[in-house]
Every structure is written in C-alpha cells, then in structure tokens.
Design a protein around this ligand. Sequence first.
Ligand code: GMT
Length: 343
Amino acid sequence: MKIAIVCYPTFGGSGVVATELGLELARRGHEIHFITYSQPVRLALLNPNVHYHEVIVPEYPLFHFQPYELALSSKLVDMVKLHKIEVLHVHYAIPHAYAGYMAKQMLKDEGIDLPMVTTLHGTDITLVGNHPFYKPAVTFSINKSDYVTSVSQSLKDDTLKLFNIKNEIQVIPNFIELDKNKYDPTVPCSRSVMANDDERIITHISNFRKVKRIPDIIKIFYKIQKEIPAKLMMVGDGPEKEKAEKMCRKFGIQDKVIFFGNSNEIDRILCLTDLFLLPSETESFGLAALEAMACGVPVISSNSGGLPEVNLDGVSGYLSDVGEIGEMAENSTKSAAAAGIPI
Ligand code: GMT
C-alpha cells in the first residue's frame, strides 16, 4: 500500500511514533511517504520503501505568518497524484488534520478519494487544541477524519470530554519495536564515562516544556543525591532548560547534573540508566517512559493522564500525584534498592 505520513519532524513523541510506525510499515513492504517541513530526526532514508518530501513555504513580505497549512495541503495534493498514494495518516491534529482535510477536498474535486487517519497525541487535545482560538477547527477536522485514533484511553476520554466529537475514536497505544535491536551490542555500555561505580544514574528525556515540570526533576534529584551517590542526565532541549541549569547552580549540584541537549542515541543513554524520571503535569502516554522500560529501566512518574496505562505502580516503577516531590524522591531510592543495587 502507498501511505503518506504527516508529522512533526522534531524530537517530540508524536514525530518519533510516526517515524517508527512508517519505518515498520516500510519493512513490511509498504511504500511510505513522509511529508513535512524537514526530515524527521529519527528517519533513516536507506530504505527503498521510504521517501521524504519537504514542504517549503515561500517567504513573502506581506505574510506576517507563513501559511504552512496551505503549503502542506498543496504538497499533499501533488504527492498523492504523483505517487498514487492510497491512504493519508496525519499525526497531531494541529494543523495536520486540518491541512489533510483540505487536501482531501481538493482531491475529491478531481475524482480522487483519499481516506485520512488522524492520530491524536496529547497536547493537540489537552493544551493547544483546547484553546478557544483553535477549538472549532480541531473539532471540525477530527469529525471529518475517516478514522481517528488516540494513543491512550485517557486521551480518548479527554477528547470526548473537551470536544464535541461525533466520530469513533480507537485507542491504539504507542509501541516500541523490541525485536529491532537499535543498540549496537558491540559498543560497550560504559557507565564509567558518566559516573563512578557507586553512583546511580538517573535520567530524564523530554522537550523541556513547562508541562514536563522540569523544576520538580531538579528538586527530586536534589533529595536523591542527599541519600545516595547519584548523577542526573538531562537529555533534550526546550524553554525550561536554562531555568533548570540555574537551579542546579543554586542547589550546588551542578557537578552532578549533565545537560546533553537533543540526542539521537536514546538507547545508548538508557543503557547506562538506573532510573527514569517523568513527573509531568500531564502526559497522554509518555513514550519516553516506555522507551526506558524497554531498556529495563524503572520509571518514577506522576499519575496524570495516560501514565497509569503505561507505568504500573509497583511493577514497572512508581506513580505519585503531580508535584509530590518527596514521595517521588523516596520511591527513587526504593527503586534503586529493588533493582538490587547496594545503597
Ligand atoms: O509532549 C511531548 O513530549 C511532545 C508531544 C508530541 O506530540 O510530540 O508528546 C505527546 O505525544 C507523545 C506520543 O504519542 C506522548 O507519548 C506524550 O505523552 C504526549 N505529550 C503530552 O501529552 C504532554
């Protein structure tokens, strides 16, 4: 089958899921066309079934805001006709479902019926999409999609609560391809590069937005390192990063916290990790937590949104109410003990 995938090409979870899904479909023999404004960060193009088409928005002095949706829908129309694409899968409702619907309508005018699947990922519903300025367009484009999926039951419930949805929503949880051994076993998982033998390595990976409660991570780690020797690896980049760096200096723990910026070597980072922290305000799923678990790393998380569907309390890690820094720090110490590491 010939499938077009529209997603954000950045380090965010929706782009990662879209890319992994496209790559797996390509491995199964489907022809996959990624259509977005730059090459998705996890996309390796060395596969004859994988194609990438860049959406270019020409600059014009009159435009205060570049009309990306317009350029995307035009590009979709062109690519669908050129490559005889049979299905369109858009990830993240804003503005992809809207642009996809416009492309569908333009193609319909030319006698082409293009079914569209919209996958809801989280902030497109809970934070951004729910804003009154976007809500009518988001509601409309979800209702006009041929199929709608959400990455957790919690996100489905939120969608039905916040929007007037007439369409069926199917829950298809995010996934990790366990068989695909991305980590090269010939490269040693050398913890000694990051920490002393007696130190636990605690990791957080995200796009450092407010919703991730980055200050909580620093406060939790501050408590952990008072109890046990530990290092904190902060992976990713975003608006809260500078504040976090300042907090580390203020708490006098700057030598124990390493800020990596964005990385494509998540599997190698997780291979060194003893514990993963995800105290988010809300999380429709928490793909980074699943990636940690896939590497055998316990997760200390909040219990908001879809996190309880992913992180099972007392099984894969521990959950606490949002902001319960003390309990999360205690559970972190407990987890390290349960993992059999002497403390
Ligand atoms: O919040 C992010 O980290 C990015 C965002 C995205 O859309 O790229 O993530 C959302 O989608 C991910 C993939 O489905 C989920 O794992 C995240 O939980 C979700 N983020 C939130 O709900 C805050």
